[in-house]
Ligand binder design. Structure first.
Ligand code: FE2
Length: 370
């Protein structure tokens, strides 16, 4: 794969632009940024003590998403809590291991708390004080979070302002008692909620536009600008390849399979996954997800709006056929080897592809019929 690497002399001309207030902040916190777009197991990724929060953590970011949004994995020690914090950036959380609770309150003193366990997702309301408690005295609790800290920290460059601003965004959160209730209202493909107790088993809405009988539910939690979605696809199927902007953090919730990723014009590379893996497709790389296991495969994508490149109607181009000017490759236009690789991987489980219906559903223009 071409790395776009240049000479040290050439790189030196841009050295002052490589560091940002955000990367300096992570370093000053005593933490590392793992620059990877593939993490095989978030449960096992190594963490370091994080004095500010009182837990252990690591940041995970590829160069392509470091200025749009970021990701960190954090562990709350058994029987302990993290230090309370408020922040001018948004944060979405998926609980990987353990159980616990979170208290959220504002300057006005309105306070609520809610419980969570592995499989829960929620978001921290903008600049609300929040504190996470481990509910077990025996086992650590671990979560993965995606935030827009790089945008905010780089825009202001003033950590005191980012972490100590005394302002309640009351439109976002005002101590509503049901704020983190496990319920939501459906608006198209969007589920209007701030808390999902069990993302692994949440019933999804049907979405055939992405291929092969998929389920899809979108979230916009805590009235934030960052969004997320859960996608599921059946046994023996794979999704259509597509490309979009940087910063989609794809976390595998269940199932087994692999993803192919490639920049335009290059050979696809294979990344195997199962529950707990994370893939962050780099900017405009094509990527395609294959279920090779014996159960449906489900993933959660935490994103920032910069991921979506939209057409004039507001539809993400990753949902629209390349034949129509979009960024999704139709099954009819994909490389034939892809189907052979998929069949081989399925055969290891004694399974066969179940794609005929999906191939037939593609209309003449390639777009799967709506
Ligand atoms: Fe994608």
């Amino acid at each position: 794969m071409k790395s776009a690497k240049v000479s040290e002399e050439f790189a030196a001309k841009f050295v002052a632009e490589k560091e940002t207030p955000y990367t300096r902040w992570v370093r000053d916190e005593g933490l590392e940024i793992i620059s990877s777009f593939y993490v095989p197991d978030l449960h096992a990724v190594e963490l370091k003590p994080w004095a500010r929060r009182g837990g252990r953590a690591v940041f995970l970011n590829h160069d392509a998403s470091r200025t749009s949004n970021d990701c960190y994995v954090c562990e709350i020690p058994a029987g302990k809590s993290l230090a309370p914090q408020r922040q001018l950036y948004e944060e979405m959380i998926y609980v990987l291991d353990g159980r616990g609770s979170t208290a959220v309150w504002n300057k006005a003193g309105k306070r609520i708390s809610f419980e969570w366990k592995a499989g829960a997702i929620f978001a921290v309301p903008l600049n609300a004080w929040h504190q996470h408690f481990n509910g077990s005295g025996r086992d650590p609790a671990r979560y993965v979070a995606v935030t827009n800290a790089p945008v905010i920290i780089n825009a202001f460059g003033d950590l005191d302002f980012v972490f100590n601003t005394d302002h309640d965004f009351k439109e976002r959160f005002d101590g509503e008692p049901e704020y983190f209730a496990n319920k939501g209202e459906q608006k198209g493909l969007l589920l209007d909620t701030n808390f999902v107790a069990d993302a692994v088993n949440l019933p999804l809405f049907a979405a055939k536009e992405r291929g092969a009988g998929g389920g899809h539910t979108r979230f916009s939690m805590a009235k934030g600008s960052m969004n997320s979605h859960i996608s599921q696809f059946p046994v023996g199927t794979y999704k259509k390849a597509h490309a979009h902007g940087p910063g989609a953090h794809v976390i595998v919730l269940s199932g087994e399979g692999f993803s192919l990723m490639w920049p335009e014009g290059e050979e696809p590379k294979r990344y195997d996954w199962r529950e707990g893996a994370m893939i962050v497709p780099p900017n405009l790389w094509f990527h395609q997800h294959f279920n090779t296991g014996t159960t449906p495969a489900r993933y959660l994508a935490f994103k920032a709006e910069g991921v979506a490149i939209r057409n004039a109607q507001g539809v993400p181009k990753a949902w629209i056929s390349r034949r129509l000017g979009g960024d999704q490759i139709d099954y009819a236009d994909e490389r034939l080897e892809i189907r052979a690789w998929f069949s081989e991987a399925l055969a290891k489980h004694g399974l066969k592809p179940n794609m005929e219906q999906a191939y037939e559903a593609e209309g003449k223009q390639g777009q799967t019929t709506f």
